[in-house]
Design a protein around this ligand. Structure first.
Ligand code: ADP
Length: 431
């Protein structure tokens, strides 16, 4: 079912329950148009006769339940139709979750809390997006909990977050992120500070549960939790911790039978652990590809989607006007710890950072924590860890002589708060 179109595009005829998979070349774009029938991209329906543009490196599947024809224009690395997809299994999973929501509605209970797990590149984020889209299309209000600090779909890398889903994801841009709740983690792998990672997971779980108590629709909608691909040792323990913090009802394990068996063994018996196959369409991403995606996510934060919608500001910040911290002191042998102090304390400690040239290009989170009102006054420093983030800035230059740094910020000066948390992550603004 492939034919050439006059305009340089290629026309694909898709039979029912098949998908067109394509990857856009680096530095290129591709345009997709639905010509007849119905189709969806990761659970978001396509409109007919509308041109959708996908940027460099995009890896897309256009799935159709009933059959359709589409045209694809632009430089793609691969473009092929597959009949072999796990979509029916994913749809059945959605149907089971929807039944749980209906039951929750009837019995005045809470809806399903679902954790999606598996190694990297098995389609976890895609399955989350699909399940959220199907739920919101039925009028539900599920919450996306993003715990993948390497490839966050919600905020910049190095953060964990929660987002209430109110409409299906935009085919090109993904879910609209109006008011996410974001916490600073600071690096792209949970392993750099697993204590902090688990603490933030608990924070998100607490906030979500509080919201469920006052918002019936959020409670019935439940949540879909996307996790990191690190599924061994402490990474595995973090999944078990998450399951308990959120009191999850369902765990969807993608592609890994060993992980499935471990979780079945270690989670309480009432948690339903389900093994699902990964889609053959999921593409493994190289280290470079991951880094590019992370960079793009930060660029998007400052400049908007495709760099076209926001105009960030650059201004100087005096060192004396801010307090910069790193979370976690370097770990020291147990025997060297002061009496009564544990390793936990060092991993959750706020360590003041003296601003210097090495701050250049680092991403800093602006903590929502109330500013300390001088010595002994104001909030305790402990509150900073549990406080969400109100925005991010990037240090573009440091002048140690003048004791100021130049920052890139989404909003004009002054900074809304003065407690800044440093990330391991750097961003070089080439614009
Ligand atoms: P994970 O969250 O497990 O790391 P993702 O869900 O991010 O994996 O998927 C990896 C990549 O594969 C993404 O770029 C996604 O767009 C792509 N992808 C997922 N499913 C398909 C599919 N059926 N066909 C083509 N590409 C897909």
């Amino acid at each position: 079912g492939v034919g050439s179109l006059g305009s340089g595009g290629v026309r694909f005829e898709l039979g029912k329950e098949t998908e067109l998979r394509f990857e856009v070349e680096t530095g290129e774009r591709a345009q997709l148009e639905l010509l007849s029938g119905m189709a969806e991209v990761f659970g978001s329906e396509l409109n007919r006769n509308k041109k959708y543009t996908f940027g460099p490196g995009s890896k897309i599947a256009v799935f159709t339940w009933q059959g359709c024809s589409v045209s694809l224009t632009g430089k793609t690395e691969v473009a092929y139709v597959s009949r072999d997809t796990p979509m029916l299994l994913y749809l059945n999973t959605h149907a089971a979750l929807e039944q749980m929501r209906q039951q929750a509605e009837r019995d005045n209970e809470r809806g399903p809390r679902v954790m999606v797990v598996g190694p990297t590149d098995v389609g976890k984020s895609t399955v989350c997006r699909l399940l959220l889209n199907y739920a919101v299309r039925l009028g539900r209000r599920p919450t996306l909990v993003e715990l993948d600090v390497g490839q966050s779909g919600v905020s910049v890398p190095g953060t964990v977050s929660a987002l209430c889903i109110e409409r299906p994801a935009d085919v090109e841009e993904g879910f609209s992120v109006q008011a996410p709740l974001v916490y600073h983690f600071g690096s792209t792998t949970p392993g750099t500070n697993i204590k902090l990672y688990n603490k933030l997971t608990s924070c998100l779980a607490d906030v979500f549960s509080q919201r469920c108590e006052v918002n019936r629709r959020a409670s019935v909608g439940g949540c879909i939790i996307n996790t990191c691909g690190w599924v061994k040792s402490s990474g595995y323990q973090a999944l078990v911790h998450c399951a308990s913090a959120f009191e999850v009802d369902v765990v969807l394990v993608l592609d890994q039978e060993r992980l499935y068996n471990e979780l079945k063994r270690d989670l309480p018996h009432f948690v339903r652990v389900v093994l699902l196959p990964k889609s053959g369409g999921v593409v493994e991403r190289s280290k470079t590809c991951r880094r590019d995606t992370r960079d793009e996510k930060i660029r998007e934060y400052f400049y908007g989607f495709r760099g076209a919608s926001f105009y960030p500001h650059a201004f100087d910040v005096r060192f004396s006007d801010v307090r910069i911290y790193k979370i976690g002191a370097p770990s020291i042998p147990d025997s060297c710890l002061p009496l009564g102090m544990s390793q936990d304390d060092t991993q959750l400690k706020l360590v003041p950072v003296t601003p210097g040239r090495d701050l250049t290009h680092h991403v800093l989170s602006v903590s929502c924590a109330e500013d300390e009102g001088g010595e002994g006054g104001g909030t305790s420093r402990r509150g900073v860890l549990e406080s969400p983030v109100c925005g991010f800035i990037v240090v573009t230059a440091v002048d140690t002589q003048a004791q100021v740094m130049t920052v890139l910020s989404p909003a004009p000066r002054p900074l809304p708060r003065h407690t800044l948390l440093i990330m391991d992550i750097r961003f070089i603004d080439l614009k």
